[in-house]
Ligand binder design. Structure first.
Ligand code: HGY
Ligand code: MN
Ligand code: MN
Length: 410
């Protein structure tokens, strides 16, 4: 094994940087992000890269090509995590990118173009409602409205950026020109069971599912749990519970459509008080945008009917919307050829999970390598990819990078 042991060592070193000792949690614009980026910046420099941080906190390592400041092939993924995360989601792609840079140098290979490894900040969008913050700024598509979103403590994204040492008025300076970027490659664990079911260590992504993230606010009337008759209640949590089941029912029978209520807060949250207000999130995904939007309309209608019947108020705010993104056929072919060169059948599959490539696709062709993960488990400390599969993924990414360079030469 050429790549895997050192990649795993670095994954483990990164996993130790967390806000919660017994878990892996690294959120955007926190001391944990700063410590993680310091560690990764050191690895990038060891690999011979010039390193900089852009205006939104993305960490960018760069090896120049023959023309100083020329366009670059970008390898990227993210260093931020969900709460109580696994150690592979995001960091595997960044660390494998650095490993490819090291391997090019070890083999004396000079690419005919620049090569960048980008550790995006805030792919997950856990702390603030905005997601893909770093990669959308990189693509010049971060709406300044996002600066007004607040975290659970009421801190705005703009204030958090200032506290972190960034200037929220400078986010436009993070934007890259389409001419700067020759293509974008991302290696990521699959976060699903398809490769494991196919008995394969690696696969190539056809498209990344589109996603809608919303917050529903149900308003009823708080009351005494012991004295308000059931028939007279306007129970916001009872209404929200019916809505949650409506989301599940609408998505359950439709192939590739998935709907998740991942967060719910009932106020005032006292055991002996009927909830007067409930906020819950909805995350809706599908590879086909029309399918996702039709489901969203149906869920909207169903929840409004529930609210009327229960004499509840219902507010719906759209937090994030990303269209499905197809991967570039030319870059995908390089990955497929690299998979075949490793002796594996080429397995193509869609990504139900979102990735930074969705945002970068606005300015460059993208392609993704998937690495098998045990049971498809992710966003969970049980997330696991074997050394064998990490090695296979790294060999494929390295093969695709070399092939891209050769294609540029010809
Ligand atoms: O939500 C996602 O699909 C990704 O993990 N951010
Ligand atoms: Mn994730
Ligand atoms: Mn990820």
């Amino acid at each position: 094994m050429i790549f895997a042991p050192r990649i795993q060592e670095r994954l483990d070193a990164l996993a130790a940087i967390t806000a919660e000792p017994a878990a892996i949690t690294r959120l955007y614009l926190t001391p944990e992000q700063a410590r993680a980026e310091a560690l990764v910046a050191g690895w990038m420099r060891e690999a011979g890269m010039a390193v900089r941080q852009d205006a939104v906190g993305n960490l960018i390592g760069r090896i120049e090509g023959p023309v100083e400041g020329g366009p670059a092939l970008v390898i990227g993924s993210h260093l931020d995590t969900v709460r109580n995360a696994g150690r592979y989601d995001g960091p595997l792609g960044v660390i494998t990118g650095i490993a490819c840079v090291e391997a090019l140098a070890r083999n004396g290979i000079r690419l005919p173009h620049a090569l960048e490894v980008v550790a995006f900040a805030d792919e997950e969008g856990v702390r603030f409602a905005a997601t893909l913050t770093g990669s959308r700024a990189f693509a010049g598509h971060l709406d300044p409205v996002a600066l007004r979103t607040t975290d659970a403590d009421g801190i705005t994204l703009a204030a958090a950026m200032r506290d972190y040492g960034l200037d929220p008025t400078a986010i436009a300076s993070a934007a890259r020109r389409p001419d700067d970027i020759l293509g974008y490659l991302e290696l990521h664990i699959e976060q699903g069971p398809m490769l494991e079911r196919a008995g394969l260590p690696v696969g190539v992504v056809t498209a990344i599912s589109g996603a809608s993230r919303l917050e529903f606010t149900v308003t009823g009337e708080a009351g005494h749990a012991g004295t308000v008759a059931m028939s007279e209640r306007r129970d916001a949590l009872g209404g929200a519970a019916e809505c949650v089941l409506a989301v599940e029912a609408r998505c359950r029978d439709a192939e590739h459509l998935v709907g998740t209520v991942g967060r719910i807060h009932a106020h005032p949250g006292a055991v002996n008080t009927i909830p007067g207000l409930v906020r819950f999130s909805i995350d809706l995904r599908a590879p086909d945008d029309a399918q996702r939007l039709s489901a969203l309309a149906d869920i909207d209608t169903a929840c409004k009917r529930i609210a009327v019947r229960r004499r509840l108020g219902l507010g719906i705010s759209l937090l994030h919307e990303a269209e499905a993104v197809p991967c570039d056929p030319g870059l995908t072919a390089l990955i497929s050829n690299a998979i075949a060169a490793e002796g594996y059948p080429v397995h193509s599959l869609p990504s139900g999970a979102g990735h930074d490539g969705m945002a970068v696709a606005a300015i460059a062709p993208i392609a993704m390598v998937f690495v098998r993960c045990r049971g498809g488990v992710s966003h969970n400390p049980a997330e696991f990819a074997s050394l064998h599969d990490i090695e296979a993924g790294a060999q494929v990414l390295f093969g695709a990078v070399k092939a891209f360079g050769m294609r540029r030469r010809s």
